[in-house]
Write a protein that binds this ligand. Structure first.
Ligand code: HEM
Length: 382
């Protein structure tokens, strides 16, 4: 078996090339970060030691620094009126969906919006992960599925959107995330943003062998249809409150295992075509799964550690029906662009856990504000 160091050296060149092509939140930034009118307004989350959370040194200042760096990146990459998301800027479409919670669920899972027998309307945005919105779908990439459930009553966690009636679930088609230590994530961004090639060579050392391999694996997928792909939350969430609360991860997958082949001569945006063709011909069905944590070895802070299905099974909690529809009118695409997804659009019963999620509270809020401000677009939950 190869040692970690040998594996690391093997991946240096490949990762440098991959990251140099964009994505993984690495876009060229040529100027020093400056503060903006979209400066961070949200509070930094508190931790729940009872569920295995602990703070890393300087998390909050690092979250602020990361948001400034990503904001500068967007301001450099896009002009006013055409700003896009820093990550996952290319959507295959936003589709209407219906999320039906199963009629019977064990009490331990019947928490928050998982009320047995309840049916919700939702929007789902399917995306590619790369920071380049013009990239062809056939190129290897991470794929995203962001669900915004509508009509969910109850006070939400984001201070200035506490009255929103939305609950978001954000997933990627890989079970683990490549970074966990905030200081190392900052070095990774700084090195990736540097103009000097030799600094990019440091990226695998910023991420370590394990993080580097996960980054490569995450960005390595080709899919035939966003509706036939499996997605994971990668990072954990609370389920329930008080003494009954537990940590869980989420996943979503198609109801059937049928899979289209990848086209032999794929169009530039063939994943949008696949979504359109499937939904022209009928409804699509996906299922939403929850994986409760069953042991301390299922780490809550370290996003790189997979919670395997041998350790703990996933349980189906809801069916997602995506009715036959036409979804790619210019109006619907504009609506889709202007949506903001964040793990923190959530009830306290679904509170995001772990350092990656804590950083995301500050960063997603900031980046969403920046792009809406640049586009002079109204920022509001549906
Ligand atoms: C510290 C780590 C992370 C950072 C800094 C980060 C940053 C971002 C940012 C800035 C956006 C755009 C937000 C907006 O403009 O509204 C975004 C979108 C997204 N992120 Fe992350 N992210 C991180 C971790 C993750 C993880 C762990 C996942 C796993 C599920 C994830 C999945 C996504 C997806 C799917 C989107 C697109 C959501 C949509 O359709 O609007 N990210 N991320």
């Amino acid at each position: 078996m190869e040692s970690d160091d040998t594996q690391l050296m093997l991946t240096v060149g490949m990762l440098t090339l991959t990251l140099a092509m964009g994505g993984c939140h690495v876009n060229p930034v040529k100027t020093a970060p400056t503060a903006s009118s979209a400066a961070n307004t949200v509070s930094y989350p508190s931790i729940d030691a009872g569920l295995g959370e602990h703070l890393y040194p300087d998390e909050k200042p690092i979250a602020d620094e990361l948001s400034v760096v990503l904001e500068e990146s967007i301001r450099k990459q896009y002009s006013a009126g055409s700003a896009r998301r820093d990550a996952h800027p290319k959507a295959h479409g936003c589709v209407k969906a219906e999320v039906s919670i199963l009629d019977t669920l064990p009490a331990a899972l019947s928490k928050g919006m998982f009320i047995p027998g309840t049916r919700y309307q939702a929007w789902i945005r399917f995306s590619n992960g790369s920071g380049d919105p013009t990239r062809a779908d056939i190129k290897r990439d991470a794929r995203g599925m962001a669900i915004k459930v509508l009509g969910v009553p109850g006070k939400k966690l984001l201070e200035d959107e506490s009255a929103a009636t939305t609950q978001d679930f954000i997933m990627i088609n890989h079970p683990v995330f490549f970074a966990t230590d905030p200081a190392r994530y900052r070095s990774f961004l700084q090195d990736g943003n540097s103009d000097h090639f030799y600094r990019k060579l440091r990226i695998p050392f910023d991420l370590g062998a394990k993080g580097t391999l996960i980054a490569l694996e995450t960005r390595n997928s080709r899919i035939s249809n966003p509706l036939q792909t499996r997605y994971w939350s990668m990072v954990p969430y609370q389920l329930g409150t008080g003494s009954e609360r537990q940590a869980v991860k989420y996943s979503a997958r198609a109801c059937s295992s049928a899979a289209d082949p990848i086209p032999k001569h794929p169009a530039h945006d063939y994943l949008r075509d696949a979504l359109r063709n499937t939904l022209q011909n009928g409804d699509a069905c996906m299922e939403f799964l929850v994986q409760p944590r069953t042991s301390d070895s299922m780490n809550v802070e370290d996003s790189r550690i997979e919670w395997t299905e041998t350790q703990a099974p996933f349980y189906k909690v809801a069916t997602i029906r995506i009715p036959s529809q036409a979804f790619d009118s210019p109006q619907q695409n504009a609506f889709c662009e202007n949506l903001s997804f964040t793990p923190w659009h959530a009830l306290p019963e679904h509170k995001p856990l772990g350092v990656t999620n804590r950083l995301r509270k500050v960063i997603y809020d900031r980046i969403s504000r920046v792009r809406h401000e640049m586009n002079d677009a109204k920022r509001q939950e549906p």
